[in-house]
Design a binder for this molecule. Structure first.
Ligand code: MG
Length: 424
């Protein structure tokens, strides 16, 4: 039987940000961390909204399903809440957040995860990352296109490919992990991992007298390295108290050292450093992302070989709509300008393939070195040469559209319904 023997958490605005957009919530054996993005105060709202879904439950509620399934269901609920909040208020349009959650059950550890915050285990001095980064560089590493070391300094490392709040549905990674007595776990935002190499993180945690000290030193190390982002760390150590192992049989894991304290139960946005100016500047992730690679090129017709060459999407998702009054273009500009990430599966545009047929693409009509930000949804039977110049412009301007709008345009072309479609 597992028991959380010790835990500690810290959050810090860092040295470059005006505000802390990270949020966390701890009630052992449940640990929740979110890193919001969205500019102004939207990132704070996004991360706090997500974390509050767990705080309102006061823990992991009973119900059908395994621990990890119940965690994932709550993450999905958090996604809906962030998404609906983003749709309901113009100032929150396009906001999103990562969310990583861990729950220590009786026999193993359950994890649910979306985004590029990370979950690690430190076992026998070795730090291993258990979650995948849902980021552009994470994808490149998994495809073997760059090494983990190259990813650490990659100019596009701030671009997130999956986050809560962007759509009304999100794919949640969830799994269980077989814990060993003495394992130490770390949840952290990228304000730590972007500044401090894994080897140094391992050294600090392994060398600290206790987890509270380790958490303080991790935050200090990130700040000493520049503190370019908000830094949040949650550490917990698990012991096996199975009868017969000579260990004390534990009661509920809320007992003793694991009982929540006032310090535990807080979120970073509510209790971040004092004197946060209101109207904080946009998420500095934008600086990293926009200045170092997400420089939209002049849109060009995608090449047929491009979208299909190694950049195939994992899955196709249904476009689920954006707030009334916002075009897809506006939302993407908000995403780029405020969050520095690109929800590349959330928008669509119409173009032509190499053979000149009108084609629906998902993503953005741009390429980064080594990767296209779009992929083919389907190709119509309409040759672009048979359209009038006016309509040709419409299908080659690569205007960002909702799924329904883009499909509607292609259907009209197929049925010859578009005004001025036939060249005279
Ligand atoms: Mg961050």
């Amino acid at each position: 039987m597992l028991r959380v023997a010790d835990h500690a958490a810290r959050t810090d605005t860092g040295r470059a940000r005006q505000a802390n957009e990270d949020s966390y919530w701890v009630r052992s054996p449940l640990f929740v961390l979110a890193d919001g993005m969205g500019g102004a105060q939207a990132g704070e709202v996004a991360s706090k909204t997500a974390v509050d879904v767990f705080a309102e439950q006061g823990g992991l509620p009973d119900g059908p399903g395994t621990y990890e399934e119940r965690l994932a269901a709550l993450v999905e609920r958090a996604n809906v809440q962030v998404h609906e909040r983003a749709l309901s208020d113009e100032q929150f349009a396009g906001m999103g957040t990562t969310l990583t959650v861990a729950y220590v059950g009786e026999d193993d550890l359950a994890i649910a995860h979306v985004g590029d915050s990370r979950f690690y285990v430190l076992r026998e001095g070795k730090l291993s990352q258990l979650t995948d980064d849902h980021s552009l560089v994470g994808e490149l590493v998994r495809r073997g296109q760059i090494s983990a070391e190259e990813a650490e300094d990659h100019p596009q490392r701030s671009i997130i490919t999956r986050a809560l709040g962007i759509e009304d549905e999100v794919v949640v990674d969830h799994f269980s992990w077989p814990v060993r007595d003495g394992d130490v776990f770390l949840l952290c935002s990228d304000g730590l991992t972007g500044m401090v190499p894994d080897a140094r993180v391992a050294e600090i945690v392994a060398g600290a007298p206790d987890l509270s000290n380790a958490a303080t030193r991790l935050v200090a190390a990130a700040n000493e390295a520049g503190g370019r982002d908000n830094i949040t760390v949650i550490l917990f150590r698990v012991e096996d108290v199975t009868p017969g192992d000579g260990a004390v049989v534990g009661g509920p894991t809320l007992a003793g050292a694991t009982a929540p304290s006032a310090e535990d139960v807080r979120d970073a946005t509510a209790t971040g450093p004092a004197a946060q100016p209101s109207g904080a500047p946009a998420d500095p992730r934008q600086v990293v992302g926009a200045s170092a690679g997400v420089q939209p090129r002049t849109p060009r017709p995608p090449r047929a070989g491009g979208p299909g060459s190694g950049a195939a999407p994992k899955r196709r998702r249904r476009w689920t709509g954006l707030a009334k009054g916002f075009t897809a273009l506006a939302v993407v500009l908000v995403l780029i300008a405020s969050g520095g990430w690109i929800a590349t599966r959330s928008v669509y545009f119409v173009g032509t393939d190499d053979d000149g047929f009108v084609t629906l693409y998902t993503g953005l009509p741009y390429s980064l070195p080594g990767i296209n930000l779009y992929s083919t949804e389907f190709t119509s039977g309409v040759p672009v040469q048979e359209l009038s110049p006016q309509v040709q412009r419409t299908v080659t301007e690569h205007k960002l559209r909702s799924h329904d709008d883009a499909v509607d345009l292609i259907r009209q072309l197929e049925q010859g319904e578009l005004a001025g479609q036939n060249p005279s």
